[in-house]
Ligand binder design. Structure first.
Ligand code: ADP
Ligand code: MG
Length: 301
C-alpha cells in the first residue's frame, strides 16, 4: 500500500515511528506537510497538489494534525476523503474533538463520568458560575488549549473570579470545572486503536504541579486499567467516532472521569512508558480499512 502521513515534520517521534512500522510491513510511505498541500476543487474531480505535483495513487492517509492548524489540516483530510482515500481518523471527528465544550456535551450525552463543568458566554456573574460547579477550588480552561497551557487551578473563590474576569476581558472562551483533588496531580492516558485499548499509562505531574501533561514535565508509567476505566475509554472514543484516540481520565472517588479525547495522540510517551509497539497497531488498523474498502468494491463489481 501507499500511505500518506500528514505531519508538519518527518522528524517528529510519532511520524518517524509510523513510517518505520509501515515500511517494516512492506508499505510505501509518504510524509506530506498538510500546510503545503493545495486543494483543487471542481465538480466531481477533487485533487491535491504538493509542491507542484499531483498527489496520486494513495491508498490511505494517517492524519497527525496539530491543534493550531485544525482548520487547514482537516480540510486536507476531507479532500483525501473526497478522493476516496481511507483516513485512519475521519476529518469530521478531528474537528469535533478539538472543541472541548462540544466534546464534553457529547460525552455527557453518552452517560460518561466527567468533572462537573460550566461554560459561559462572558457571564458577568462569575461567582454563580463557580458555585455551579461546587465552589472553589476550580479549574479554569481555555476552550482550545493543549499541552496543559491555558489550564489554571484557582484555589479560592476570589482567585477564580479574577482569572475568569481576566480571560473574559481577553475575549477568550473558557470552561470552569470542578477540581478533582483526589487524583493528586495524576491522570491516565488510554490509547485506543480500532475499539481496543492498546496501551495505557499513568502520568504524574511534577511536585506541586496539578497538571500531569508530559509537556509540563509529567512522567508516564505503565498502568493496568480497571474494567470501568477500560469501558469508559472505549465508550469515549466510540462516542466521538475516533478509531485512533488518546483518552485522558482522572481517577476519582466516583470512578473514572473523562477530561479530553485526543485525535492525534503522541506515540513517544505511551510507547516509552509501556514498551509497546503502538505504531504497528495503527498501521495494521489502516491496512484493515483499505482491505475492507477493496472487498466492498469487489462485491459491487
Ligand atoms: P490540555 O488540553 O491542555 O491537556 P486538560 O484538560 O487535559 O488540558 O488538563 C491538563 C491537565 O490538568 C490534566 O492532564 C490533569 O492532570 C489536570 N486537570 C485538568 N482538569 C482537572 C480537574 N478538573 N481536576 C484535577 N486535575 C485536572
Ligand atoms: Mg490534556
Amino acid at each position: 500500500m501507499k500511505i500518506v502521513i500528514l505531519s508538519r515534520n518527518a522528524k517528529l517521534y510519532s511520524t518517524r515511528r509510523l513510517v518505520e512500522a509501515a515500511q517494516a510491513r512492506g508499505h510505501e510511505m509518504v510524509v506530506l506537510d498538510h500546510l503545503k498541500c493545495d486543494l483543487i476543487i471542481e465538480a466531481g474531480q477533487p485533487a491535491i497538489m504538493y509542491k507542484g505535483a499531483l498527489v496520486t495513487g494513495i491508498d490511505a492517509v494517517i492524519p497527525r494534525i496539530g491543534a493550531s492548524v485544525t482548520f487547514y489540516g482537516t480540510a486536507v483530510v476531507r479532500q483525501f476523503e473526497m478522493m476516496k482515500v481511507k483516513s485512519a481518523v475521519g476529518s469530521q471527528a478531528i474537528v469535533r474533538s478539538r472543541d472541548k465544550l462540544r466534546t464534553m456535551q457529547n460525552l455527557s450525552r453518552a452517560g460518561l463520568g466527567m468533572p462537573k463543568t460550566a461554560f459561559t458566554n462572558y457571564s458577568k456573574d462569575s461567582k454563580q458560575l463557580i458555585n455551579q460547579v461546587g465552589g472553589a477550588p476550580v479549574v479554569i480552561k481555555l476552550l482550545e488549549g493543549t499541552q496543559g497551557l491555558g489550564v489554571v487551578l484557582a484555589e479560592t473563590s476570589k482567585a477564580a473570579e479574577s482569572v475568569i474576569e481576566a480571560f473574559h476581558n481577553l475575549k477568550a472562551r473558557i470552561i470552569v470545572q470542578e477540581f478533582i483533588s483526589e487524583s493528586k496531580g495524576a491522570d491516565i492516558r488510554a490509547f485506543i486503536v480500532n475499539g481496543e485499548v492498546v496501551g495505557a499509562m499513568k502520568r504524574q505531574g511534577r511536585d506541586g504541579e496539578f497538571r500531569s501533561n508530559l509537556h509540563r514535565g509529567g512522567i508516564g508509567t505503565l498502568i493496568k486499567l480497571s474494567r470501568a476505566e477500560k469501558a469508559a475509554a472505549l465508550l469515549a472514543a466510540k462516542t466521538l467516532d475516533l478509531a485512533v484516540a488518546g483518552v485522558d481520565m482522572l481517577q476519582s472517588k466516583r470512578g473514572p472521569l473523562i477530561l479530553e479525547v485526543n485525535s492525534s495522540p503522541g506515540l513517544e510517551g505511551i510507547e516509552k512508558a509501556t514498551n509497546l509497539d503502538i505504531a504497528s497497531k495503527i498501521i495494521q488498523y489502516t491496512e484493515a480499512l483499505v482491505q475492507k474498502k477493496k472487498a466492498k468494491q469487489k462485491q459491487r463489481e
